[in-house]
Design a protein around this ligand. Sequence first.
Ligand code: FE2
Length: 438
Amino acid sequence: MVEPYEIIIRGARLRGYDLSKRYDVAISDGRIAEIKEHIPEHGEREIDAKGRLVVPSFYNMHFHLDSVLTLGDPKFNESGTLWEGIAIWAEYKKRISVEDVLRRVEEFVKWSVVNGVTYIRTHADCTEKTLTGVKALIRARDEFKDLIDIQVTAFPQDGILTEPDNAEYLRKAVEMGADNVGMIPHNEYTREDAVESIKIAFEIAKEFNRDVDGHVDETDDPISRNLEVVAKYTLKYGWVGRVTAGHVTASHSWDPAYRYRILPLIRKAGITIIANPLINIYLQGRFDTYPKRRGMAPIKMYLENGINVTLGHDCVLDPWYPLGTGNMLHALFMAIHVDQMMGWSDLFKALDLITVNAAKAWRKGAEQYGLAKGKRADLLILNALTDVDALRNLEPPLYVIRHGKLIADNTAPERQYKIYYKGKWETIDLNFKKALNK
Ligand code: FE2
């Protein structure tokens, strides 16, 4: 007798497939076992998608789990600036404990999962001398592994060369088991130190065979040109495809002649740019009066030049960002507005920024990610008919399936929109059906 499939999703629209058709998706052993217009067998669990859109699950590629949910402690950031945020965090981290971090991370991991995010790459501040955040996030990676995949980047928040021991702390954090090596060259005292700090990060990456994941040029200063140095060392150390650069807001302000020279180099080095639209549109441009610059890495420019781009949420309810639920559609929504990526066909590519592009930069298991037979069953059933509806309603998915198991169900009846009209209750569908004929 043939074993039944563990889950069959019935009647779904599938991202990247013919939207005029509905498909059944069978799942067994953590994989997509079959995709067909009709699967005759039964599943142990059957989910009627009612024509809703199935997409692979979302990535949050740049996030600070060690500070998540600390908003207001020891005080609120009233100026809303990066610098006041750093000062508040410096106070908070004096009394950070592993238990405190794990408690906050557990809550946020749950929020992420119900929002369809099953991969988070987090930065762990390793300039805090006890390395408590690093220890806690390495533990969190293991403790919450049934809900989410976590990658930890050792992150020298205060700089690698600004204190005599910081380089050693960075090395120690990687030795303790951090997945990636971080850096923050624009925060070093001089250009020379910035260059040296990048070299140190690459040496540690080489010593421990780790990828590099930097905070790079998170400033409006167009002559903060550390990305070119990161590219140089990527090529020199043979790390092509293994390097991500987060924020890179200075690139918004680059001179066109510099763009012309630098973009082919970034492409050649295979560097992925990680934009953080929510936080950078809020934190950047603070020295401008009016007009104010858009403080976000120019996503469209990078993509048009063959450079991979993905997104992070960066922060939620912490000294730098007072909003957020961990919903990556919010970050994506901001990105496509700020960078004017709402041409009709752009809208159908936008989800790439938090799905396939992210999987490429995450690297581990990237070849098993996607919506095809044999791929890992990390799937979301969205309350949307197309990508356009997902970008309009920004709702958490109806269901989240991870490694072939149903791990979130957001279909409680109170989530339905209903109005009382002409003597009866009516359910309102906010989807835009015309978008099916794209
Ligand atoms: Fe960051």
